[in-house]
Structures are given as C-alpha cells and as structure tokens.
Design a protein around this ligand. Structure first.
Ligand SMILES: [Zn+2]
Length: 155
C-alpha cells in the first residue's frame, strides 16, 4: 500500500517553493480550504494534485490575461483506489486547457526532481498562446487555417 504522506507537500517542500519562484502570481490565487489559509500557507501542507490544479488555472490565466477560472481537487479513497485524485478545472478554450495540463504535468515533474532550470516559463506560455489561438479558430470556424510557419530565433 502506498504511503499516503507521499502525496503531500509536507514531504516535498521543494515543490511548492520552486513553483512559487517560477509563478509568483500563484500567491494571489484564492483558495477555499478548511483552515482559511492563503494558497501560499496552504501549500506548506497540501496534496500535490492541488498544486497541479492551481498551476493549470494559472497557465490558462496567463495566456488569457484573466483570472476568473476555478478548479477543485477531490478524492474519496473509500470508493477509489488509494492515491487517486480528481482534479477539476474550468476552461474556455479546449485546446488551451489540454496544453496547460501537459505543461503543468511536466513542470511538477521537473520541480520534483529539482530540475527548475529545465523550465522556461515564457517559452511555455508562448507555445500555449499558439495552441490557444488554434483553439479559438476551431471554435469560430470549425477548422484550423494553415499558415506558413514562422521561425522565431531563440536568444
Ligand atoms: Zn486551492
């Protein structure tokens, strides 16, 4: 049986620490928790999927330039296998949220193994902007209009 503590930031304090370093705006997130903690306080001892939830919301917010989306993390191990979490996040752009989930997954994994230098937030946001505009096109026209790929130089 897996150790239930292994899902908590209590045993991996480097993850929220590095996450707030990459995404300082996370400290302004509203978070409904039993103790009335701010999100930053809550992060000292919370489930890692809860960080994942806030990160997906944050990535979408940075691309959309707004912060109105909500999320929720639930679990019930009397019904589900121990260790299964259900993370719900709102979205307005289907492709963007899928991209944000993948990026968030990669970020949490990199931070877990102390590889913060592998994460380039601006590049990730830039890629998500492209994904979001494809998502907007699909919403409006039902298809992606192909444009010649413009190569951008990386410094
Ligand atoms: Zn929260």
């Amino acid at each position: 049986m897996p150790d239930p503590n292994c899902y908590s930031t209590k045993h991996a304090p480097h993850i929220p620490k590095l996450l707030f370093k990459l995404f300082p705006h996370l400290s302004t997130h509203r978070c409904d928790n039993d103790k009335g903690f701010t999100f930053r306080q809550e992060c000292r001892s919370t489930e890692i999927p809860h960080l994942f939830e806030h990160l997906i919301i944050e990535l979408q917010g940075q691309v959309l330039g707004s912060g109105v989306l909500r999320g929720e993390t639930q679990w019930n191990w009397r019904v589900d296998p121990k260790g299964r979490f259900h993370v719900y996040v709102e979205y307005t752009n289907e492709l963007l949220v899928l991209g944000a989930i993948r990026v968030a997954e990669r970020i949490i994994q990199a931070l877990d193994s102390h590889q913060i230098d592998q994460i380039h937030v601006e590049e990730e946001i830039q890629k998500l902007r492209l994904i979001a505009s494809a998502g907007e096109q699909i919403k409006q026209t039902g298809q992606i209009i192909r444009e010649p790929i413009r190569q951008t130089a990386r410094a």
